[in-house]
Ligand binder design. Structure first.
Ligand SMILES: C[S@@+](CC[C@H](N)C(=O)[O-])C[C@H]1O[C@@H](n2cnc3c(N)ncnc32)[C@H](O)[C@@H]1O
Length: 260
């Protein structure tokens, strides 16, 4: 019988799969997924394919996933619920990790920015600090919005506020006190009308772009002042360039198809 007492624990790897378009998956991400003993797919219900899973499936249809349900609610009760689900997930992953399995946890965008992965990683660390935890970076939604809308987001010594607007627009108010800084707004889809109004009041609406459902059905990347709805999808990202003396004049307009 194999001796399991001296077996090395496996590794937990958070892998960013980009915002939605499988073309944004990195070679490092594909490599980590291909070599994993177990691939964890966060989802909202066992019979609903998670976003990250649907991106990977388009490139590697043969991969098998273990789905783990994560609470997506917002507010204080949502934070508690997410923590509880992360605790349960960590308990479930501890046994295969202790048996030496390498586990990949796929996540939208980057695993180190606003990702459920960090919650799970913290819980695993608390249960067994010997388990190695690493990450593979992923392309983030705001990078794709900047690229598709031909906006140079930062240059020279400009600063960036990367904020969320899920609950309140307080962080946006603070960021608007710094016209020299670019602003990226995550999780603001529900309040897009208010965000537009606040940017207009601060004279920052011109040049602001929004990317909704990037890489997914219903994708659009447009000027924020063209949005008429007061609320759009949760997967929406706003970018606001800094106020500049010499405005950026844009890159060449090359259609995506002509690059293929
Ligand atoms: C929980 S955070 C995940 C962030 C992710 N870890 C990252 O690095 O981009 C969810 C927010 O990310 C942004 N986002 C992620 N994927 C997106 C997509 N496909 N289209 C537009 N925004 C997206 C939206 O602002 C959304 O509200």
């Amino acid at each position: 019988m194999p001796d399991s007492t001296h077996r090395q624990p496996g590794q937990l790897i958070g892998v960013g799969v980009g915002p939605g378009d499988p073309a944004m998956l990195t070679l490092a991400a594909l490599d980590a997924i291909r070599n994993a003993d177990l691939v964890i797919s966060p989802c909202s219900a066992p019979d609903i394919e998670g976003r990250a899973e649907s991106i990977v499936r388009k490139v590697m249809p043969q991969i098998r996933y273990q789905r783990l349900i994560f609470e997506m609610a917002t507010g204080e009760s949502g934070i508690q619920a997410r923590k509880r689900t992360a605790q349960n997930a960590a308990k479930e992953l501890l046994a295969p990790l202790s048996r030496g399995q390498n586990i990949v946890f796929i996540t939208l965008g980057d695993p180190n920015v606003f990702s459920t992965f960090a919650l799970v990683a913290n819980q695993i660390r608390a249960l067994d600090p010997k388990i190695a935890i690493t990450t593979v970076p992923g392309i983030m939604a705001f990078q794709q919005v900047a690229s598709e809308s031909q906006v140079e987001l930062l240059n020279e010594t400009e600063k960036l506020f990367l904020i969320t607007a899920n609950e309140t627009l307080d962080d946006l108010s603070d960021a608007l006190d710094h016209p020299e800084a670019a602003i990226v707004i995550y999780k603001g889809g529900r309040h897009i009308g208010d965000i537009k109004e606040q940017l207009a009041k601060a004279d920052r609406l011109s040049g602001a772009m929004v990317g909704e459902l990037l890489g997914l059905d219903g994708e659009r990347v447009i000027e924020l002042d063209q949005i008429e709805e007061s609320s759009i999808a949760y997967l929406a990202t706003v970018i606001v360039p800094p106020v500049r003396n010499i405005p950026f004049t844009g890159y060449s307009k090359i259609k995506k198809e002509s690059l293929q």
